[in-house]
Design a binder for this molecule. Structure first.
Ligand SMILES: C[C@H](O)[C@H](O)CC(=O)C(=O)O
Ligand SMILES: [Mg+2]
Length: 394
């Protein structure tokens, strides 16, 4: 069989939204006094941008095959990621058959082990991996979900993450996840405000709508336990990423401590099958939330998901737009998906990676049909109006 080979890989950066969805303008709900591990410093409490949540920016990876087909993907890694792609990873990609993704992943991962394993290096490898899947699927003229075994249901259903679950309910989502605003350093007063927000939102959405809380690594086990216990009366469905990602022991304890019926979720800042193995074997959570652009890409997510399935744990990926959708639609243990509300006031549905991608499908009435994903590759194009910069040509 005549399989095209990879001619060139190119890495670009772009600012303003895109895969670095925290890179938004002022007045956005996503940067409004959200509790973080940096909230212990008053100076960094009001804005996550103040401590640099958006320093990385978006990395765009483009891979061109010998038959002229171009695959691409985006992730959060910016200029550092572009350096790693051009100066290090390119050697494992160029000249390879477009089909040999497993081998390329293995070489990228093992060659970067001495400075990688997690964080920006794995984000970068994920970006290359997603671009490889996009390329292979385009060469074959198929959507990525078809390469992954095909849809197991005819639509995706979504919960929405944002400041306004009440509006998300009106828009047809199955649930709403709010950010926590006050961390332990804001004391009992902060705890009361956190609980008041949950109570207020429960009153607005009524009894049957899923309500969840995203704590973005900001708490300790004691505070998280108290918060979960007191929030139980408001029917909180899950408490998410309550603790720093390395505190596997704390997660296991929290899971034992939360009221019966409340779920503990985490994993958006975890990476690779080895990181998720710890979460799963230590009984840290009920749902894992890998971000396919940060956990090692689709190649790794397949392994993480199989491991989770064997532990009876659901996989509900973090954000990631089409890169998640093509996976979630193919897996029984991913029964629903996340949609991040990127409108500044969380009052309308806009594409998650706005403005970087064209043809990015968005939920209508909280749903996207499988047929909306029936385009070659991940089915999206780069918006030519977004200015790409290629800082390190190899
Ligand atoms: C809202 C959260 O703080 C964060 O920005 C997004 C996130 O953790 C999630 O979507 O989950
Ligand atoms: Mg989260």
């Amino acid at each position: 069989m005549n399989v095209p080979v990879i001619k060139q890989i190119r890495a670009y950066t772009v600012r303003g939204g895109g895969a670095d969805y925290h890179d938004q303008g002022g007045g956005h709900w996503i940067d409004d006094h959200i509790a973080t591990p940096m909230s212990r410093y008053e100076k960094y409490r009001q804005s996550r941008q103040s401590f640099g949540i958006n320093v990385l920016g978006t990395l765009v990876v483009e891979i061109e095959a010998s038959d002229g087909t171009v695959g691409f993907a985006v992730t959060t890694a910016g200029e550092i990621g572009a350096y790693i792609v051009e100066k290090h990873l390119a050697r494992f990609i160029e000249g390879q058959k477009v089909t040999d993704i497993e081998k390329m992943w293995d070489q990228m991962f093992n060659a970067t082990l001495y400075y990688g394993r997690k964080g920006v290096v794995i984000n970068t490898i994920s970006g290359v991996d997603l671009a490889l899947w996009d390329l292979l699927a385009k060469v074959r003229g198929e959507p990525v979900h078809q390469l992954l075994g095909g849809p197991v249901r005819d639509q995706l259903q979504f919960y929405a993450t944002g400041a306004r679950p009440d509006l998300a309910k009106e828009m047809g989502f199955i649930g709403g996840k709010m950010p926590l605003h006050h961390g332990p350093a804001e004391g009992e007063e902060g705890l009361k405000k956190n609980l008041a927000m949950i109570e207020d939102m429960r009153n607005r959405v009524g009894d049957d709508f899923w309500l969840m809380l995203d704590c973005w690594m900001s708490l300790d086990t004691n505070y998280a336990t108290r918060l979960a216990t007191k929030a139980h009366q408001y029917g909180l469905k899950w408490i998410e990423e309550a603790l720093p990602p390395d505190d596997y022991w704390g997660y296991a304890e929290l899971r034992r401590n939360v009221p019966k019926g409340m779920l503990v979720t985490t994993g958006e800042h975890e990476a690779t099958r080895w990181g998720f193995r710890l979460l799963l074997e230590m009984g840290c959570c009920d749902i894992i939330q890998p971000d396919v652009g940060w956990c090692g890409g689709v190649t790794e997510l397949i392994k993480i998901s199989a491991l989770a399935d064997a532990h009876n744990v659901l996989v509900v990926p973090h954000g990631s737009s089409v890169y998640s959708y093509h996976f979630v639609i193919t897996r029984h243990n991913s029964p629903f998906a996340e949609f991040l509300m990127m409108a500044p006031k969380a009052d309308q549905v806009v594409p998650m990676f706005n403005p970087l991608l064209l043809d990015e499908p968005v939920p209508v009435n909280g749903r996207i049909s499988a047929s909306a994903l029936d385009k070659p590759g991940f089915g999206v194009r780069l918006n030519p109006e977004c200015k790409l910069v290629r800082p390190y040509e190899h």
